[in-house]
Design a protein around this ligand. Structure first.
Ligand SMILES: Nc1ncnc2c1ncn2[C@@H]1O[C@H](COP(=O)(O)OP(=O)(O)OP(=O)(O)O)[C@@H](O)[C@H]1O
Ligand SMILES: [Mg+2]
Length: 227
């Protein structure tokens, strides 16, 4: 299996002389499901923002899909994220004036590469299939401001999965779900990732979820900056 992420001596700080992350080594293989956990404020969201190229890291080496992200132009990082990554944000970041269907389709409308040569009709069919699997098929025409938080979380997951991204980055995607829905959500997410051979990096502070993953990393253990 190829490495999809290859990281060496990555350092990050928001402010000078106040480091947040300093990680010596991390490799993630294609198709892997990695659970990254740690307490609030330990740097999980910061780390995900760097992996997705939202934040630029300046030191060390960070290869994603064999492309060196350190020093890469922001527009190229954005392009790679748009075409090959699905990001489930901690606060969902759904677009309030679009309905559920258009929120899910958004990555494919923004990035032509993300469409993988599918027509709009084929994309809509894929969208309905994803929504049915995530049990939001009946609310596709609703406004996202008029659905529950748990439903919003699943819309965010469907939006991340559309267009066969190579990598899904999920930041606390189950924090608003009860235990039964949480396990169902995980099962659906895993099924979707396996059927698309998508790599998953899943962040949570909830250690109960660790048992569902084959690989896990406690961020404070690999981070040389102690918070
Ligand atoms: N935009 C920012 N500017 C400056 N410092 C920040 C910024 N965002 C986060 N930090 C700091 O970086 C550290 C890590 O924050 P981060 O959001 O990555 O933690 P987290 O592990 O995701 O926490 P949580 O579980 O609460 O979401 C914290 O000390 C935080 O105060
Ligand atoms: Mg966070």
């Amino acid at each position: 299996m190829n490495d999809i992420i290859n990281l060496k001596n990555l350092k990050y700080s928001y402010k000078k002389n106040s480091p947040v992350l300093d990680i010596e080594n991390l490799n993630v293989k294609e198709g892997e499901k990695l659970f990254l956990y740690g307490p609030s404020g330990c740097g999980k969201t910061t780390f995900l923002s760097i992996l997705s190229g939202i934040l630029p890291a300046y030191d060390g080496s960070l290869k994603i899909f064999n492309t060196e992200f350190i020093g890469l132009k922001p527009s190229l990082r954005d392009q790679l994220r748009g075409s090959e990554m699905g990001y489930i944000f901690q606060l969902f970041n759904l677009i309030p004036y679009l309905n559920v269907l258009d929120n899910i389709l958004l990555p494919c409308k923004i990035s032509p590469l993300r469409r993988k040569n599918l027509s709009l009709q084929e994309l809509k069919e894929k969208c309905v299939e994803l929504a049915n699997n995530l049990k939001i098929g009946k609310i596709l025409n609703k406004k996202v401001t008029e659905i529950s938080i748990g439903q919003q979380q699943r819309v965010a997951a469907a939006r991340a999965l559309i267009g066969f991204p190579k990598l899904i980055i999920a930041d606390e995607p189950t924090s608003s779900l009860d235990a039964d829905n949480r396990e169902q959500f995980l099962k659906n997410l895993f099924d979707q990732c396996e059927s698309q051979n998508t790599t998953l990096i899943f962040v949570s502070h909830d250690k109960d979820l660790k048992k569902f993953f084959s690989n896990h990393i406690y961020l404070p253990e690999i981070n040389r900056v102690k918070s």
